[in-house]
Ligand binder design. Structure first.
Ligand code: GLN
Length: 225
């Protein structure tokens, strides 16, 4: 049982992710994208970073790597797939998940801790949380503003495919608590299956007790089942 953490040129959260998974007793390995997914792959993480220097649009180049065809096949077969930050951008650029992550409203790179409200606790990524629970994760992105057409967003909302929303410390979803101008304050969404998810905040950066918080463990535990 091995989770493949797929490295592209410019990935930089790959090792942190392996370490965070290992801390939870989940076997994970770095996989260079040109090498393809190993046969024993039981989960896939598209990690954060700056693949191809965010050239064109963040995630646009990595989404065209042949390994993404394998990731899609694995996802279609029910293998859990999680895109984190740049991995979320790659997930949307490759249509594994709906919508797109575009330039922050501030037009700046933002690195800060944010609070998130768990919108649907009935998914593998959130079953360790309560619905409405407020958790704190870091963000570190320049292109994290979630965009999607209104009809599609209404469908996602109706289907419970919004996983996390930016909120204030009391769980109120307000424009002030939305760090990047994401539509409906969306911070994470599910793909067609609930085994596929992407989120802009970084659960792997809040998964090791030594770093001070373990709020992110619930997300990564999905790979332990
Ligand atoms: N931390 C990350 O993965 C960064 C994502 C991407 N490079 C951005 O700035 O939007």
């Amino acid at each position: 049982m091995t989770v493949a953490v797929v490295q592209f040129g410019g990935s930089n959260c790959d090792r942190d992710t392996v370490q965070a998974l290992a801390h939870l007793g989940i076997d994970a390995d770095l996989v260079w994208h040109e090498d393809g997914l190993p046969e024993e792959t039981t989960g896939v993480v598209l990690p954060g970073g700056f693949s191809y220097g965010d050239y064109l649009r963040a995630g646009a180049m990595a989404a065209r790597s042949p390994v993404m065809d394998e990731v899609r096949e694995a996802a279609d077969a029910g293998t859990p797939v999680l895109g984190i930050c740049n991995g979320a951008q790659i997930g949307c650029e490759s249509s594994l998940t709906p919508g797109a992550f575009t330039t922050n409203e501030s037009a700046r790179f933002q690195c800060e801790r944010v609070t998130l409200r768990v919108e649907n606790a009935d998914t593998p990524w959130t079953e360790g949380f309560d619905e409405g629970e407020v958790v704190e994760f870091p963000i570190a992105h320049g292109e994290g503003r979630y965009e999607i057409d209104d009809n599609r967003l209404d469908e996602l909302e109706a289907d419970g495919r919004v996983l996390f929303r930016y909120c204030d410390e009391d769980g109120n979803v307000t424009p002030e608590a939305n760090p990047n101008g994401s539509k409906h304050s969306v911070a994470g969404v599910l793909g067609d299956r609930d085994s596929v998810a992407v989120l802009m905040p970084h659960p792997e950066r809040v998964s090791l007790p030594d770093i001070g918080s373990t709020d992110g463990q619930g997300v990564l535990r999905a790979f332990g089942e």
